[in-house]
Design a protein around this ligand. Structure first.
Ligand code: SF4
Length: 331
């Protein structure tokens, strides 16, 4: 590991200044991804600015009936918060589906959004990888890619985003709040992750040096009927093969509102807006759920060895919406 300086910030302005004044400096949250990448030589920051002592911890009510989750809140605390569990159950379930208890105790909400892909070629500095070294190529396209993307990828990168939490946040129309030395800003999660395109090394729309301060969940998305389900290669401590966060609001026998986001299928949480459009105003039947899933997955372009993800995603959409509709009908 390359030698680096370490400093602990207790004020947001101090953290922003430290990163602005030191080329190669990086914010350090729980370190559960960054430190691993430093050990393998993928990341080589010159300075780590520890942000865990900043006053950005905790969950509070928003004026619109939603919630604001501070960026340094640990994943464990976010998942355990009673109002997160009550108003946004799929978010609590998604966070609990991620990693292990030990990692969730360390990992922060802000850091979770910024974690890097788990593509094995990205993690190996001996391999060509456009995300790590722009212009070097993509070893995964001709290599091992059974767990790579089927939606939204490009000839330059076919990696998936690893976060479970971000999938639920996408379904709930979350907004990322950040701070720079020039002032505060916010980015809807739908625009937070950049399309893969020809520069997969550029992953988010955050301005240079920006520090994530919070994630806001709008009150309009709150409700008890949402669910997160994750399919993975083993029962715990594994990244999603395909996952889904969904919420369904059925009134008088028709779908009044629906939210669907898929994980494990693209370089960012994939909001399934085509599927949602098929469902809004329709009767919540299994046939309609299947038609909605197929409308979304029409855009899928599977790689040589991951066509199974299209079938899996379709079946997950049908199954989870069916569960949510059944719950509604049982009321
Ligand atoms: Fe790198 Fe993306 Fe290709 Fe993986 S899929 S090797 S991250 S360019």
């Amino acid at each position: 590991m390359r030698e680096f300086a370490y400093q602990r910030a207790t004020q947001v302005h101090d953290a922003l200044t430290a990163v602005a004044e030191n080329a190669g400096a990086r914010y350090l949250g729980g370190g559960t991804n960054l430190v691993d990448l430093m050990k393998s030589g993928v990341e080589e920051p010159t300075r780590l600015v520890d942000v865990r002592q900043l006053p950005l911890d905790g969950v509070r009510d928003a004026p619109d009936g939603g919630l604001v989750i501070g960026a340094t809140t640990t994943n464990s605390d976010a998942a355990a918060h009673p109002e997160v569990r009550r108003r946004f159950p799929a978010l609590a379930q998604a966070v609990l589906a991620g990693a292990s208890g030990q990692l969730r105790n360390m990992a922060t909400v802000g850091g979770n959004l910024l974690q890097r892909t788990r593509c094995g070629y990205f993690a190996d500095p001996a391999q060509p990888c456009n995300k790590r070294v722009p212009g070097s190529g993509c070893a995964a396209i001709a290599g091992v890619h059974h767990n790579h993307a089927v939606l939204g990828h490009s000839p330059h990168c076919v990696a998936t985003h690893p976060s479970d939490m971000a999938v639920a946040l996408a379904a709930f129309d979350a907004v990322v709040h950040y701070q720079t030395l020039a002032g505060a800003g916010e980015i809807p999660l739908s625009r937070f992750y950049l399309p893969t395109g020809d520069r997969p090394d550029r992953e988010t729309a955050l301005p240079p040096g920006a520090l994530i301060t919070a994630v806001a969940l709008p009150g309009a998305a709150a409700g008890p009927r949402s669910r997160y389900r994750k399919v993975r290669e083993r029962a715990s401590y594994a990244f999603a093969t395909v996952s889904i966060a969904a919420a369904l609001d059925v009134r008088d026998g028709v779908v009044r509102d629906v939210r669907i986001a898929l994980g494990g299928v693209a370089s960012r949480p994939w909001r399934a807006r085509s599927a949602e459009a098929v469902l809004r105003g329709a009767r919540p039947t299994a046939d309609r759920f299947r038609s909605a899933a197929e409308a979304e997955l029409d855009a899928a372009v599977p790689l040589r060895d991951n066509g199974y993800k299209v079938t899996l995603a379709r079946n997950l959409v049908v199954a989870v919406l069916g569960e949510l509709a059944g719950t509604e009908q049982d009321r």
